[in-house]
Design a protein around this ligand. Structure first.
Ligand SMILES: C[S@@+](CC[C@H](N)C(=O)[O-])C[C@H]1O[C@@H](n2cnc3c(N)ncnc32)[C@H](O)[C@@H]1O
Length: 235
């Protein structure tokens, strides 16, 4: 059996095949990108922070057409960070985790962290608090996560089993992500857990969007899609 490795090592090793994985989810990712761009376009004097920017291809899509005053991409994987440095200025890229980011007094009014980055972090509360600290008061944080109550994606039996497991043991979200001969732990949340984490880290959830993982269509309830949250920093 393969020994699970850290998220950082996992993305360093699997970075080459990453774009193919993204293509397989193109409809979902494009739907999310559109919502994020629309939200950003309504904010004046954008100061953008992305946490877990990956290879930056989505970042380019999202920010193209937007005018911004500041951009910082924080990315833990060294391989991805060097990819980012090919197209972004070195002042716009920080290699490392957001939890370890030593910040100056520059604050952002919009942060985003896309495609289940939160599922990869060992301490979600620390991750959320670190992002919160980097935002101005009333700053927006947008992120999406894979939802373990998504029956349309994972099937009724799996969702029911995990839901029951959660009730009995309180730990139903721990899974392993396998790719290119390596594996890493990943936590698949349900909305109630994320809402509680948001509240504890100083965010209020302003909007929830359920997005079908296959088609990218907007769904009507949390049993049918992955979840995008638009949150606001509260003081
Ligand atoms: C599923 S990928 C998503 C990448 C990109 N957001 C996208 O949608 O293509 C998760 C990314 O988050 C990064 N990551 C995980 N934990 C992180 C942390 N604590 N701080 C910064 N980046 C992190 C990983 O290295 C990886 O690039």
């Amino acid at each position: 059996m393969r020994q699970p490795i850290s998220s950082k090592s996992f993305y360093d090793i699997t970075s080459k095949s990453y774009q193919n994985t993204s293509f397989e989810r193109a409809k979902y990712l494009s739907a999310i990108d559109l919502i994020v761009t629309q939200k950003m376009s309504k904010i004046e004097e954008l100061k953008l922070l992305e946490v877990g920017a990956g290879n930056g291809i989505r970042t380019r899509t999202i920010i193209s057409g937007l005018t911004y005053k500041k951009l910082l991409l924080i990315e833990e994987s060294e391989v991805f960070a060097s990819e980012l440095l090919k197209t972004f200025d070195k002042t716009e890229v920080h290699q490392g985790s957001v939890e370890d980011y030593e910040h100056s007094d520059v604050y952002f009014n919009m942060a985003f962290s896309l495609w289940n980055v939160i599922g990869h972090v060992p301490e979600p509360l620390t991750y959320l608090k670190s992002i919160n600290k980097l935002l101005e008061n009333n700053g927006i944080f947008i992120f999406d996560f894979n939802n373990r109550l998504n029956i349309k994606e994972y099937g009724f039996y799996n969702v029911a089993r995990n839901w029951l497991r959660g009730l009995l043991s309180g730990d139903a979200g721990q899974f392993t992500l396998n790719k290119d001969g390596v594996s890493t732990p990943v936590y698949i949340y349900q909305l109630a857990e994320i809402k509680s984490l948001c509240q504890k880290s100083g965010f209020v959830v302003e909007q929830k969007v359920y997005v079908n993982y296959e088609t990218g269509n907007i769904e009507g309830n949390q049993l049918s899609g992955q979840i995008l949250l638009i949150c606001r920093k509260v003081t």
